[in-house]
Design a protein around this ligand. Sequence first.
Ligand code: HEC
Length: 430
Amino acid sequence: MNARSRHFLGALALLLFTGPPSAVAQGRTATPAGPTEPTFTRDVLPIFQVSCQGCHRSGTSAPMSLVTYEEARPWGRAIKQKIMAREMPPWFSSKSVGEYADDPSLTDTQIATITKWVDNGAPRGNPDDAPAPMAWPSSGWQLGEPDLVLTSPPVQVAAIAGDAFPEVEVVTGLTEDRYLRSIEILPENDPVVHHLVIFTVGGDGAAPSEASDDQRCAGGAGCSKLANLAKGGSPDTFADGTSRLLRKGSSIRFQFHLHANGKNLVERTRVGFRFYPKGYVPKNLLVAKAISSGVRTLVIPPGVADYQSIFTFKLEREVVLVDYQPHMHYRGKRMTLDAILPSGQIQALSDIDRFTQNWQVNYVYKNPPTLPAGTVLRVTSYHDNSAANKVNPDPTAVVTWGERSVDEMAIAHIDYYETSPLTPKSPDRR
Ligand code: HEC
């Protein structure tokens, strides 16, 4: 389960229990009893509660709160623009492929409702129409005190600087293997942490690996992705009986992507782990796999708007695919994931057709597909190195693989578990 899942599932559950108007999911334009024009309290607020407030409330990294009328009202025009462009909420999947557990995206009806509300001068409406406020965690650990808290070594962030990608490591101090129930990441200076990937490295006394780019680290032996904090993130809680393993003697590697924000800062990010009880062995152990185009094959010519790479990964055993997270940089524009089944039939799993490097979204499947042994996972990435790509730093450059955002990558991060694991304690050895 990824960061956002908690917010949106939590939001939904809360709404179901507090009994807001039944029109929550769809928005609505009119009722026989009331005026026909949408109002904040009756029509807009229920949508904000489900799709926006998980990030837009006080104490989070989003620029403004959308909890009360007074807070939301001045942002009307910006809201209209962002939702019509489908830039907010941040969700970049095609509507026609894949169903996700925590899809916050707005329906056409919801967009029309909010747009009309803004065009009509953003009226408040009857306060009695408002649904009960959401009970968001105020701050700090959202799931309560973790069993183990590790703090990254201090990382300097200069007031004015280009994007920085420092990596630091800290030992877990674990003297026995522990299975994780949840992971929560708390940056000290939220706005400067653009995103952060956390890996487990080594273990069983092995020296921490020297892996330095996210492909090697996510795929290499003894180094496996644990969690990814994107903007607006919150805890990862694994489904019952599903887990990741933190080995005794392992270290945690913090792979930062930092944005300077005008102040000299020292970032110390905390990561909190909650464990399954000692002795409990979860049935499903998640395996993190990075499927990638490979360092040598990615050579994107200048000006090309639709550079495609196809790369594959064959499943040796039957697995359940839990989530999918495309990773590219400024030129990345789309990444699809298909399963080529042993029968030859092709099953489209995901199509992230409006990829933006600004958001590292993990797409968690609503009905995780079971894929038989022999299935080939096929990833197709699309890069746009033309001048029409508004975030392209240099359309005249030949772009190759590299860690800087001005270089490129094409990686599909997936998490899966095997339906009949051979050796549950060694998920990375296959
Ligand atoms: C996953 C977290 C998240 C969700 C969900 C989300 N936002 Fe945002 N929003 C942000 C962040 C962070 C920014 C800051 C700009 C950026 O980084 O893109 C932002 C920026 C914005 C802006 C631009 C503000 C400015 O400074 O001009 C608007 C408007 C906005 N969001 C509206 C919404 C609305 C409306 C929703 C729900 C329909 C929503 N957002 C859902 C995180 C979120």
